[in-house]
Ligand binder design. Structure first.
Ligand code: UD1
Ligand code: UDP
Length: 364
């Protein structure tokens, strides 16, 4: 049987790595597709090298574009590929445009597909990811969830409970496996910072697309940099807009290129706090016990607040919350969400393998 994994953007890679590895222990052929949604070395290839992910069998090379164009390009290329190869199962990850494109194509071709990280909801339809999550989950045959709130959301939407599997968080498998390689001192030296620092990542359209938002964001971040040095491995989205708005015009601001996974996690591990609008970073700080201030009005990952180190903040209160977090200092105790234990990949592989063999029996 053939299982096709569809990946394409930075957050997909640390989620897919443990699934590919665990599924290699079963009698299935695996084909890894990279859509090419992300293509810079630091947004893509570095993850394959550092995490030992096999080189993609196919790269669709779709590149950047408006949502419709990007999603459509992935769909056209995948429709051809799936028609030719007739996978027994397609696996999609997370909530990016490559995810929803693969979901649409697989379901229209009648190919069973599984969604890793199903059921997360921000209930914020201005987020492109929320649209991607809703469409993908509605069409999905197997919904693999990272947290129990996700099971509740899917239930409320009328999803057949037999399709839902609570498997834990594969992103955390990758984190726990590689944790011994996260060396804060080495990265600090490389980046050239001394003393306490805060790591920031910012790329959500809600923060960096509108010039008025960007202006307010720059002021809020400068008020953070008044208190401690801020290191920002900046995503390409919004970079020019932030720089034009004077983001760098503060001696405490260190803007650098995106970092490789191992370096980024090293930097986060040694940080006094993190300011972010990323989804994955809310989860990673929860496991590393680093206080996380999420600059968003909502989160699809509430478990990082109830069980982790995360809190939601507005630009208006950000500097004050940073002050509080720095005053408290390093956390000695914190909770972790259920099944974020380093074994999600194995549980996912088991569900996928069972589905494939049930499908085969159904045909016979
Ligand atoms: C995408 C995901 C978002 C995720 C983020 C993770 C969607 C709708 N959004 O957002 O959920 O949080 O990835 O990183 O799928 N660019 C480069 N080099 C690259 C890739 C992108 O310079 O390798 C630039 C291009 O100018 C591009 C812009 O970044 O137009 C945005 O890229 P895109 O993939 O459309 O969305 P992201 O903002 O990266
Ligand atoms: N990441 C990285 N280098 C960076 C920033 C992020 O390796 O400079 C990793 C980190 O593990 C994070 C993942 O990339 O969880 C995806 O992050 P991103 O914020 O791009 O996507 P999101 O989770 O918001 O969709």
């Amino acid at each position: 049987p053939l299982v096709v994994h569809v990946t394409g953007a930075r957050p997909n890679f640390p989620k897919a790595a443990p699934v590919l590895e665990a599924l290699a222990g079963y009698e299935v052929e695996q084909l890894l597709v990279h859509t090419g949604q992300h293509y810079d070395d630091k947004m893509s290839d570095v993850f394959f090298r550092q995490l030992g992910i096999p080189k993609p069998d196919v790269n669709l090379g779709v590149g950047s574009g408006a949502h419709g164009a990007q999603t459509a390009k992935v769909m056209i290329a995948l429709e051809e590929l799936f028609t030719e190869r007739r996978p027994d199962l397609v696996v999609v990850y997370g909530d990016v445009n490559s995810t929803v494109a693969a979901a649409l194509v697989a379901s229209k071709l009648g190919i069973t597909f599984a969604h890793v990280e199903a059921g997360l909801r921000s209930f914020d339809m201005t987020m492109p990811e929320e649209i991607n999550r809703l469409v993908t989950d509605k069409l999905s045959d197997l919904l693999l969830t990272t947290s129990t709130d996700a099971i509740g959301h899917l239930g409320n939407e009328g999803t057949d409970p037999d399709k839902i599997h609570f498997v834990g968080n594969p992103m955390i498998d990758t984190l726990l496996k590689n944790k011994p390689r996260f060396d804060a001192d080495a990265v600090r030296q490389e980046v050239g910072i001394e003393g306490d620092y805060i790591v920031a990542t910012l790329h959500r359209p809600g923060n960096v697309d509108d010039p008025q938002d960007v202006k307010a964001l720059v002021a809020a971040m400068h008020a953070v940099a008044d208190q401690a040095q801020v290191v920002i491995p900046l995503h390409p989205r919004g970079r020019a807009r932030l720089e034009e708005a004077g983001f760098l015009d503060h001696p405490g601001m260190r803007v650098i290129d995106p970092l490789g996974y191992i370096e980024f996690m090293g930097l986060v591990r040694g940080a006094a706090a993190v300011v972010t609008d990323s989804g994955g970073v809310q989860e990673e700080t929860t496991i590393l016990g680093v206080p996380c201030l999420t600059l968003r009005p909502n989160t699809e990952r509430p478990v990082t607040i109830t069980h982790g180190t995360n809190q939601l903040v507005t630009r208006e209160v950000l500097a004050e919350r940073v002050r509080e977090v720095l005053a408290v200092g390093p956390l000695s105790e914190w909770d972790t969400p259920p099944l974020w234990d380093g074994h999600a990949g194995e549980r996912i592989a088991k569900v996928l393998a069972a589905s494939v063999s049930a499908g085969r029996r159904g045909e016979a």
